[in-house]
Design a protein around this ligand. Structure first.
Ligand SMILES: Cc1cc2nc3c(=O)[nH]c(=O)nc-3n(C[C@H](O)[C@H](O)[C@H](O)COP(=O)(O)O)c2cc1C
Length: 188
């Protein structure tokens, strides 16, 4: 496989990860820079992968500390892993909170209700609770949660693939300045 073919394959995996069918690249580990400078990691569900714009998208709570982190420093890293295929994808990019109301509304309407229920909770993520069930979503009288729903877009700048399939270890890096991806094989 040559580098352009590998690049196409990676974007196929990203699109598959963002599709409603679960894949090894549905869930990613997202690293942000904490406000104190320490790294922060969390899991996110990939919701969109747009090769033409080099972007990925995920949902989050507008009240989440990770949004303050992204607003303070837009640099993020993401890691995805397909254990069965010994395949690791490492991504770097710049995150921004989507402001386009039409796009946010479209994403909200297209999401499954059980996904959106989290946004109805009256407490911001990370709020101290006296009891674990204080964080439960009220059954009645609450809003639909749309006011807490945020969409984050990551503009990718670097994609790295590591394939540790026995007998054929390969690692490649693609860097994407100015809309052009430059690929390079590198030592695993
Ligand atoms: C399987 C799984 C999927 C998750 N998906 C998301 C997600 O798409 N967006 C999100 O904000 N948090 C998601 N979370 C929760 C985050 O990992 C994190 O715990 C939460 O967002 C609180 O982070 P914060 O302290 O930065 O607000 C997910 C957690 C798990 C276990």
């Amino acid at each position: 496989m040559n580098l352009p073919e590998l690049h196409t394959l990676i974007w196929d995996e990203l699109r598959r990860g963002a599709s409603p069918v679960r894949s090894p690249f549905t869930i990613w580990q997202l690293a942000t820079l904490g406000l104190d400078g320490a790294p922060q990691l969390c899991s996110i569900v990939l919701r969109e992968a747009d090769e033409s714009r080099h972007t990925l998208c995920f949902h989050t709570d507008l009240r989440s500390p990770k949004l303050a982190e992204i607003r303070a420093d837009e640099r993020v890293a993401m890691l995805g892993l397909d254990l069965d295929r010994h395949l690791q994808l490492r991504l770097n990019g710049r995150a921004n909170v989507v402001a386009d109301a039409v796009r946010i509304g479209r994403m909200w309407s297209g999401a499954r209700p059980h996904t959106l229920i989290l946004y109805k909770t009256p407490h911001a993520p990370g709020t101290r609770l006296a009891q674990p069930d204080e964080g439960r979503v009220p059954e009645q009288g609450s809003s639909d949660g749309f006011e807490n729903f945020a969409l984050v877009e990551v503009v990718l700048e670097r994609i790295e693939m590591l394939d540790l399939t026995p007998g054929q270890h390969r690692r490649a890096r693609f860097e994407g300045g100015q809309g052009q991806w430059q690929g390079q094989w590198i030592a695993p």
